[in-house]
Design a protein. Structure first.
Length: 475
């Protein structure tokens, strides 16, 4: 029987639980060291430690598992950049202390703890976590060099899929597989292009090779059109004790959320399937409604002031309503504070707002610069037509033009449009007056769709709030 294709996240996921435990332990150590430093500095008895501090340190270590998960999975692959690792640790610690401070304020316990000690704990947590990650990388490199728990593998197919497969295995922090050779009758080169792995061109020698070299597994990474060759290979390999895995070469297809789904007993390869389904859909909706409701309550005085300012600045309605393309390509009316003088345009045409646009009012310039004109879209979220995080919605006229310029453009409509999104956080906001700009925006939109998680949404919201918008969002 052919085993299911192995995913390279398995080795990382096997490290996730022990690393999270080590993270929690690092937070505890940081808290104890901070308390020791604090007690020396202010001549406070270190032993016995005050119970309030003990419980806060324990609670912080538990919360670290959530906060550091939001910052992203631990990265231990070969060649990881120290600055990238440090940045991830700092972001995770910031998330952690936002949670801690929020809980303390909500429970009215913030006065119990020294702010100086809290600051030291925050800084020492960064140092301890970073040191822990560097120690894990060092230990994994030792294990890797000694070849602990590795199986030898031959890949049949030295095309893009086979090369990428070998690259990912070689880059893994603690690879449990070692790629011994490629077999591919299509290629004549001595070594593979990227990985310096020998390529054998005679498939008739495959069976003898795996028996003589003691190969544990064979991964078939051939194009789908090589059906007859694949069938022959599988039949021959099933006569051996080697483990066989089949990874269809689908690089000619742009797959979205591809995985195996069984429908009435038939396994199907999903070429395009929404990721946000079931419980994920409920979690995202819960985050949307909770955040939108909170934002409208907190920002209600600001919304009232803006509404009055817009009304007094020029004639016309306070809100600007415009049709946009939403979830599954359905049209809806998006709400924004009016930033332009009332004007009319030819039917079927929409002129994008540009910098120094004469149609923009004085208050409108400030609203666009701060993106406060987008705040009424929280009402769109409560209506269920938008999400807090997602691809920005475009007007139908631009949508028709963009879909002809950018491949797979319509895939971005598989989720609700958002008030903010990954593209906006990455700086691709404002005018889309060139094909390059819209391609980059769609590139980030599709990445968001394929890598969505509730933690990803929280991270984007966090970055949006604390970085702020430098330019206005998409019109």
């Amino acid at each position: 029987m052919i085993n299911k294709p192995w995913t390279f996240r398995q080795r990382t996921m096997s490290l996730l639980i022990p690393v999270r435990i080590l993270d929690a332990l690092a937070i505890v150590i940081a808290g104890l060291l901070s308390y020791w430093f604090y007690s020396v500095r202010y001549n406070v008895d270190f032993i016995p430690m005050q119970s309030a501090y003990v419980w806060l340190i324990i609670g912080g270590s538990v919360c670290s598992m959530i906060a550091l998960s939001i910052a992203g999975p631990p990265v231990f692959s070969r060649g990881v950049q120290v600055l990238s690792l440090l940045r991830q640790v700092i972001v995770g610690v910031m998330f952690l202390f936002v949670i801690i401070v929020g809980v303390l304020f909500a429970t009215k316990q913030s006065e119990v703890y020294s702010r100086w000690w809290s600051f030291i704990w925050c800084c020492s947590s960064i140092v301890c976590l970073f040191s822990e990650r560097m120690l894990v990388i060092w230990l994994l490199s030792i294990l890797r060099k000694r070849g602990i728990n590795q199986k030898s593998v031959v890949i049949v197919g030295a095309g893009r899929l086979g090369q990428s497969l070998a690259t990912n295995v070689n880059a893994a922090a603690w690879p449990s597989f070692q790629i011994i050779a490629f077999f591919d009758q299509r290629r004549r080169n001595v070594n593979s292009e990227q990985n310096d792995i020998p390529v054998e061109n005679d498939l008739d020698l495959l069976i003898d090779y795996i028996e003589n070299k003691g190969i544990h597994e064979v991964w078939i990474a051939l194009p789908l059109k090589a059906e007859q060759l694949i069938e022959t290979l599988v039949n021959d390999l099933l006569e051996t004790t080697v483990t066989v895995r089949f990874l269809p070469d689908t690089f000619s297809l742009r797959l979205f959320r591809h995985h195996i789904t069984e429908i009435y007993g038939f396994p199907m390869l999903d070429l395009s399937a929404p990721k946000i389904t079931g419980i994920d859909k409920v979690l995202k909706a819960s985050l949307d409604y909770a955040f939108a409701t909170t934002a409208l309550l907190v920002l209600s005085p600001l919304l009232l002031c803006i509404a009055v300012a817009v009304k007094l600045s020029s004639k016309g309605p306070v809100l600007f309503k415009q049709k946009r393309v939403g979830w599954d390509g359905k049209l809806f009316k998006v709400y924004k504070f009016r930033t332009m003088y009332v004007h009319t345009e030819e039917k079927g045409t929409v002129t994008q707002a540009s910098q120094d646009d004469a149609r923009v009012t004085s208050i409108g310039k400030w609203l666009r610069r701060t993106s406060c004109d987008e705040l009424p879209q929280f009402f769109n979220v409560l209506q269920g037509r938008m999400s807090v995080v997602g691809p920005r919605p475009h007007v139908p006229e631009f949508n028709d033009s963009y879909r002809s310029q950018v491949k797979h453009y319509m895939r971005r409509h598989k989720v609700k449009p958002g008030i903010t999104g990954l593209a906006q956080v990455k700086g691709w906001r404002g005018e889309t007056d060139t094909a390059h700009k819209i391609r980059k925006r769609v590139q980030y939109d599709l990445f968001y769709l394929e890598n969505w998680s509730i933690g990803f949404d929280v991270k984007i919201i966090f970055l949006t709030m604390f970085r702020g918008f430098v330019h206005q969002n998409a019109v």
